[in-house]
Design a protein around this ligand. Structure first.
Ligand SMILES: Cc1ncc(COP(=O)(O)O)c(C=O)c1O
Length: 392
């Protein structure tokens, strides 16, 4: 089919809830994508963070092929090896917690919200979240998301969410009462503009939760699975949460979400409380196991730290050169460049030059490159970005 024919299919049959760019991608390899006209793109935002090992990582593809020929799906009222092995790997690389599996970030957060209410003393149900957070698009997840634009049209949202200011411990403390059961936070805010908090803020939240018997939930859907140069973002800040949620890069491109909870809290999720038909299916788990193995065997955590610093250094040079750049910030391969104006035009012109990046929160250019991107490809992408910024 031609690109036009495919786009026409969408126009006729697919609900238009995404603002799609009229490009049809047909192949991907590492940090490169090719469209139907054979044009090659450098992808510094692969799959919005899902393709954390780039497109079609060979070990993940091989694991999916192998697993697909053996067992695709069995229901969760039986046992299956890949789910157990993946849970062990996640537990060992985090804080020895137990895992629940689902299919997406929003679902992982729904599970965390339900578990927080379940684990709390009777009558406690309120959860504190933070301005400019993003936790997903289900009704519970938008209610946790402290941005009115995501609530609009869906009110009344789920009651019990209270919004504090990110990086402002006192604002969170002021919201705690006898009905509060948890605090939920992204260790680095992604969609909200790549906001890196002061480590003292996250430590303070841990302390606040300890003092009031609340659970600390880290939404690591974007920061987890190596993106910040540690297995999980909390390890960078040296603050241990009670629950973390994962998705995006976990499956190396396959759909999988997970929640890891400290054993005491995890014990509350007994039969009948929560479930997901597809959650933890052998195919997705085989992909996630191969993803974690690749990160380990290819030494990607230190690589992420190095390439992240290199990239941030280059972006700081751009900031020194272009007065309309307000800030260059990030951790590992989660990087933002804040402009004093909307970034949409820069994204569009980069695209025409064969570079895929994102703009979030109107003015923040966002890069979530693959964890295995080489310095050479990163520099090629940054050169296109620089050329494009020079036209502003
Ligand atoms: C921090 C965070 N939480 C949750 C989500 C929602 O994940 P999903 O789209 O897989 O439901 C996202 C997606 O961008 C995210 O960045």
């Amino acid at each position: 089919m031609t690109s036009q024919e495919i786009i026409a299919l969408f126009d006729k049959h697919v609900i238009a809830n995404y603002a799609r760019i009229p490009i049809v991608f047909i192949r991907g390899e590492g940090s490169f994508l090719w469209d139907a006209d054979g044009k090659r793109y450098i992808d510094l935002f692969p799959g919005w963070g899902v393709d954390g090992l780039g497109h079609c990582p060979p070990r993940v593809v091989a694991a999916i092929r192998e697993q697909a020929g053996r067992l695709l799906h069995v229901a969760n009222n039986y046992y299956m090896e890949p789910q157990g092995l993946l849970a062990k790997m996640l537990s060992e690389r985090s804080f020895g917690g137990k895992c629940f599996f689902c299919n997406s970030g929003a679902e992982a957060n729904e599970a965390a919200i339900k578990l927080a209410r379940l684990a709390a003393r009777a009558g406690r149900y309120k959860i504190i979240t933070f301005a400019n957070s993003f936790h997903g698009r289900t009704l519970g997840a938008i209610s946790a998301t402290a941005q009115p634009k995501y609530h609009k049209g869906f009110e009344p949202i789920v009651p019990g969410f209270l919004y504090a200011d990110f990086n402002d411990l006192a604002s969170a403390e002021a919201l705690v009462d006898s009905e509060t059961c948890a605090v939920m936070v992204e260790p680095v805010q992604g969609e909200g503009g790549v906001n890196v908090p002061d480590p003292a803020f996250l430590k303070g939240l841990r302390d606040l939760c300890d003092r009031h018997g609340m659970l600390l939930i880290f939404d690591e859907v974007q920061t987890g699975c190596g993106r910040l140069g540690q297995w999980f973002g909390y390890q960078h800040f040296n603050v241990q949460p009670d629950i973390i949620t994962l998705a995006k890069a976990l499956g190396g491109g396959a759909a999988i979400g997970a929640l890891i909870a400290r054993p005491e809290a995890a014990a509350r999720l007994v039969p009948g409380t929560h479930a997901s038909t597809f959650g933890g299916n052998p195919l997705a788990c085989a992909a996630a196991i191969a993803t974690l193995e690749t990160i380990e065997q290819e030494g990607l955590l230190p690589h992420v730290r190095r390439i992240g610093e290199h990239t941030l250094g280059r972006l700081r040079e751009l900031k020194a050169r272009f007065p309309f750049i307000r800030d260059a910030r990030g951790l590992g391969v989660m990087i933002g460049l804040e402009l004093d104006r909307p970034g949409k035009g820069v994204v569009e012109r980069c695209l025409r030059r064969g570079l895929l990046i994102n703009c979030t929160h109107d003015t923040v250019l966002r890069l979530l490159p693959a964890m295995n991107i080489t310095r050479e490809v990163m520099d090629q992408g940054l050169a296109i970005l620089e050329q494009t910024l020079a036209e502003e």
